[in-house]
Design a protein around this ligand. Structure first.
Ligand SMILES: [Zn+2]
Length: 399
């Protein structure tokens, strides 16, 4: 194998061909892959050249002699880096102990991680210093309005009311990193306080013009009540939970307010998690013409060994349910990137845009996929990741 210097020397000896190469070398060149970018409707066999953390060129036969690092992507899909809108990457206790993003990113293609409220306003500085600043991947967060480490003796509603102002201030002071406010509602989560918490969260987000992410699980509150509180740009997560806040009736019809909510721009997110993805429920909603807008894993320590494992496994479940690869990909790249709306071009592959890339493949075989209730299916295909590139660099699992 020739080194780059030998290749360039060879070309020069052959008559100055090196002089025709672009002036500045690519830092990384991905060759021979099948580029799939549903956000731009682009699909073609093409090379992708990366320079200084950005996509510098996309096209056939880009000059390999002029690249510092070359990846052969023959037989692989070259896609935008995956964007996981619901994860837990904050270290520590509580009901959702987070995982380290980088090692999972290295094997899963996820270049953008959104922590869905593992921390409250008083841990924002820690989130920045120990998670966001130290990760190779991009990390954003929603601030949780009602932390797990609260004083159990305190009046819950009073406590949440008191948290309103510092929560809003934290989000507004860290807008490049924080996306909004997360609240968990449902009989099994914050119990009888849930309707009140939802109202408080609504009030807070209206007053400060913040995005609201609402975790749904067991009713009450019932779905129509929840939908009434959701505005354009807000997010419902756990859309395919098989619990009381199912978006569709048992007979398959969507519940009151759901289609209207989507119509006015509410985002419906998957949020698999330990307890919130059910195959039959997903099938029912898909049959009702209600695919999720965004596919997300809700990964944390207690589900990384199953049933979640990672984002490609979660995506494979939608593929199994009949969603096309491009539809799955759009809901795992461009669509969630639009919800985040912090980096221009994120979630797509375009010249000048961020060089966040996943090298994916669809494996054929017999694969067992398991939902949150441990229902197992056998899929004939599985999405897998071969390489993750974020900000132009290979994401490495730290030693
Ligand atoms: Zn979660």
């Amino acid at each position: 194998m020739m080194t780059r210097r030998q290749i360039v020397a060879g070309l020069a000896a052959a008559g100055g061909a090196a002089a025709q190469a672009p002036e500045r070398p690519f830092d990384l060149l991905i060759r021979n892959g099948e580029v799939r970018d549903p956000g731009r409707g682009f699909r073609a066999r093409a090379d992708v050249g990366i320079r200084e953390g950005r996509v510098a060129a996309i096209g056939p036969s880009l000059p390999a002699a002029n690249a510092r690092d070359v990846v052969d992507a023959r037989g692989l899909y070259v896609t935008p880096g995956l964007v996981d809108l619901h994860t837990h990457v904050y270290f520590g206790g509580g009901s959702v102990p987070g995982i380290d993003a980088d090692p999972v990113a290295a094997r899963s293609g996820v270049t953008t991680w959104v922590d869905a409220g593992s921390f409250a306003h008083d841990n924002v500085a820690g989130f920045r210093r120990y998670i966001v600043d130290r990760s190779q991947v991009r990390v954003y967060g929603f601030v949780y309005l009602y932390p797990a480490n609260r004083d159990p003796q305190a009046d819950a509603v009073k406590y949440v009311r008191a948290a309103m102002r510092p929560t809003a201030e934290a989000v507004k002071a860290n807008r490049e990193m924080l996306l909004g406010v997360k609240v968990q509602i449902g009989a099994n989560m914050n119990g009888r306080f849930s309707p009140e918490f939802l109202k408080i969260a609504r009030e807070l987000c209206d007053e400060h013009k913040l995005k609201l992410m609402v975790h749904v699980s067991d009713a009450p509150p019932e779905v129509p009540q929840i939908m009434e509180q959701m505005r354009a740009g807000d997010i419902i997560t756990h859309s395919y939970t098989g619990h009381g806040t199912s978006l569709a009736e048992a007979a398959g019809k969507l519940k009151a307010g759901v289609a209207e909510a989507r119509g006015r721009g509410v985002v419906f997110d998957l949020g698999h998690g330990l307890g919130s993805f059910n195959f039959a429920e997903a099938r029912k909603c898909l049959d009702a013409g209600f695919p999720v807008d965004t596919i997300s894993s809700d990964i944390y320590q207690r589900n990384i060994e199953g049933p979640v494992y990672d984002m490609p496994t979660t995506m494979s479940k939608l593929l199994y349910l009949g969603m096309s690869f491009d539809e799955v990909l759009a809901r795992s790249t461009a669509r969630p990137a639009k919800v985040i709306d912090r980096v221009e071009g994120m979630g797509t592959l375009q010249v000048g845009g961020p060089a966040d890339v996943a090298l994916l493949t669809i494996e054929d075989g017999q694969f067992q996929l398991v939902d949150s209730q441990r229902n197992a299916v056998t899929a004939k295909q599985r999405i897998a990741c071969r390489l993750t590139i974020c900000k132009g660099r290979r994401v490495q699992a730290p030693l």
